[in-house]
Design a protein. Structure first.
Lengths: 312, 313
């Protein structure tokens, strides 16, 4: 663009009379800016969101289309074909019960994504409500924050483990346990945002003009919590996926009948020194998926809060 | 100052009370009959009754909570349903491996993460910074047990440099004790390193743009002196804070790391207790870990005044 800039030309010496500089005639129109597509612009500004998004999309398609991706029944036991190494027939090999690991890993994507997104959703909603109440209702604040402080002093994984110890392993219970463990953090975040928003002139103005509290919350407070909440939700999604795999890995998560990446690794635990591939494949998929969510989260944070952009 | 100390220390009481109430009421929150749930599917009615009686589930909730709290204040965490041993004894037998693991990890992580974060901030935007921060994102994303198995596979099975499994008590020689902890500590420390390095970098970036850093440069302080003396000292408070908060990661990660490396510590005890639904043990371990976490963060709050004399309470 700069080369075509009309005022950029000074090298007209040849045409101009000695001692005089003659400006180049202005073009009628500036050359059109090179138009970037939406996707290319997003890519240039936030490459991490695009990379993470693509990986997530692939994993999501894998989860949805699991039955059509050359898989067999992931729970079909075949003792005669157990612990086969990866081959053309068994792409990822078979486990100690002869189940096809490729099918199990593909189906396992369903559990991770379901748990990750469900926990992110429920923990955000519940944390939002608790945080709003705590930030807006003065008398409730100190009570809620004492409880939140208490819950936050239990390491989240331990809290989820304690909850799981009391219920039978099922996906619903795993989601519930991890959600409960994540709520305090969201509530803290929302409360902090709400407290600072309350002092904003536009909120004070709304109060002065007699706007009713529900309207203030709906029009002025809620929209401003959305950006930090979205970023937080992606991080919750990532940590929920890790938490699910940890719970399943130690035997307190998804029941063994459902293939999940944590389960597959738990089953490969006894054989890891000789049959490392049983652990390796689910590990790669799990790490990639969590990485993708984290990349999206980092990109969203930079996009939604430009002040944070320079701080990595 | 003294008033603050007392207030801050007293603030631990309500927090621990909430933790205690939560841990205790878990049993009553569970759907169905907790005694039957703990006893499992194959239990006879007599077993269920025995468990109900030993947990005192036949009496009112508040009375049970009061008694339970009173016993805990006297150092009695109850009796294991599975081994019939006092929970405190069981915890006592398992403390050394976990404490060793966490201390070694903590020291290792701080020694690695802080210089990494400082260098990343110094070279902000350049290749080195990008590498460190990229590695940090990876560190957040790869689950603890995945790192554990990868490290064990490469350094123990393939190369044979370090033991793949187990824990050697410190009484049997510091060398082999340390060797048995290297891989578990690296495993456990990676997330922690990522966290500390990121916060160190962010804080250092802030500090490096301050006037006093320019002054230090102007008067000819060497680069290392500027970074590690002038700047790092002023960046210490957030870094120390995140080291404290990150202890939660270490505690959660220890449960997994000990499972991967077959270390007979508190984490392994927790996992075993869950599989056996040994509730008194679970309660004891959760309480102990939470209490440790609260105490560490209390200590760090008190440290602020030493690190930064401008902070006066």
């Amino acid at each position: 663009m700069s080369a075509a800039h009309p005022l950029a030309g000074e090298s007209l010496g040849g045409e101009a009379p000695p001692g005089l500089a003659v400006a180049r005639p202005l073009p009628d129109l500036y050359p059109p800016r090179k138009a970037y597509g939406r996707i290319r612009r997003t890519w240039r500004r936030h490459p991490t969101i695009v990379i993470g998004g693509i990986i997530l999309l692939i994993v999501a398609l894998m989860a949805i289309l699991a039955p059509y991706l050359g898989t067999v029944d992931p729970t079909a036991i075949a003792p005669s074909r157990r612990t086969r190494v990866p081959s053309a027939q068994y792409w990822f090999g078979t486990d100690m019960l002869g189940r096809d690991l490729y099918s199990r890993v593909v189906y396992g994507a369903r559990v991770s994504l379901l748990v990750g997104f469900a926990v992110a959703f429920f923990a955000s909603i519940a944390g939002l409500v608790v945080g709003l109440v705590s930030g807006m209702v003065r008398w409730a604040d100190s009570i809620i924050m004492r409880i939140v402080d208490g819950l936050m002093s239990i390491p989240p994984i331990l809290l989820a483990i304690a909850l799981m110890a009391l219920t039978r392993g099922s996906i619903e219970n795993v989601i519930l346990a991890i959600t409960v463990a994540e709520i305090p953090r969201v509530a803290r975040l929302v409360r902090g945002v709400v407290l600072s928003l309350r002092e904003q002139p536009y909120v004070e103005a709304a109060v002065t003009t007699g706007t009713r509290m529900p309207t203030i919350i709906w029009r002025h407070i809620l929209p401003n919590t959305l950006a930090p909440m979205t970023v937080q939700a992606t991080y919750i999604c990532a940590s929920a996926m890790i938490a699910e795999s940890i719970l399943s890995f130690i035997g307190a998560g998804v029941p063994p009948s459902t293939p999940s990446w944590g389960n597959i690794m738990a089953e490969g635990r006894a054989l890891w020194q000789v049959k490392f591939y049983i652990i390796l494949f689910p590990a790669i998929f799990l790490s990639l998926t969590v990485l993708a969510v984290n990349l999206v989260g980092d990109g969203l944070r930079d996009a939604l809060d430009p002040r944070m952009a320079k701080d990595a | 100052m003294f008033g603050f100390l007392v207030k801050r220390i007293l603030a631990v009481i309500p927090v621990m009370a909430v933790v205690g109430l939560f841990v205790f009421s878990l049993l009553s929150l569970a759907p169905g009959d907790p005694a039957a749930l703990i006893a499992g599917d194959q239990a006879s009615p007599a077993d269920i009754e025995r468990i109900r009686a030993s947990l005192g589930l036949d009496r009112p909730f508040l009375i049970r909570f009061g008694e339970w709290g009173w016993r805990i204040l006297h150092g009695d965490l109850g009796t294991s349903l599975f081994t019939n041993m006092p929970v405190t004894t069981m915890i006592g037998q398992r403390v050394q491996p976990t404490v060793s693991l966490m201390l070694v990890t903590l020291i290792l992580a701080v020694l690695v993460a802080v210089p990494l974060g400082v260098v990343a901030a110094w070279k902000a935007g350049r290749l080195l910074d990008r590498l460190v921060m990229g590695a940090a994102v990876l560190g957040f994303s790869v689950p603890v047990f995945v790192i554990g198995y990868l490290l064990a596979y490469v350094f123990a099975l393939e190369l044979g440099w370090l033991p793949a499994q187990g824990y050697t008590p410190i009484e049997q020689g510091v060398g082999s004790w340390f060797a048995s902890l290297v891989l578990p500590s690296l495993t456990l420390g990676l997330v922690y390193i990522a966290l500390i390095a990121r916060v160190t970098r962010a804080t250092m970036l802030d500090v490096l743009s301050q006037d006093y850093v320019r002054t230090a440069r102007a008067k000819g302080v060497a680069q290392g002196g500027v970074l590690f003396v002038h700047a790092l000292k002023n960046a210490a408070v957030p870094i120390v804070t995140v080291i404290g908060i990150g202890i939660a990661l270490l505690i959660g990660g220890a449960v997994v790391t000990e499972t991967v490396f077959a270390i007979p510590g508190l984490g392994r005890l927790t996992v075993d207790a869950i599989l056996r639904r040994d509730y008194p043990v679970i309660q004891g371990v959760v309480l102990l870990f939470s209490f440790t976490y609260v105490l560490v963060n209390l200590a760090i709050d008190l440290l602020y005044t030493l690190i930064d004399p401008r902070i006066r309470y």
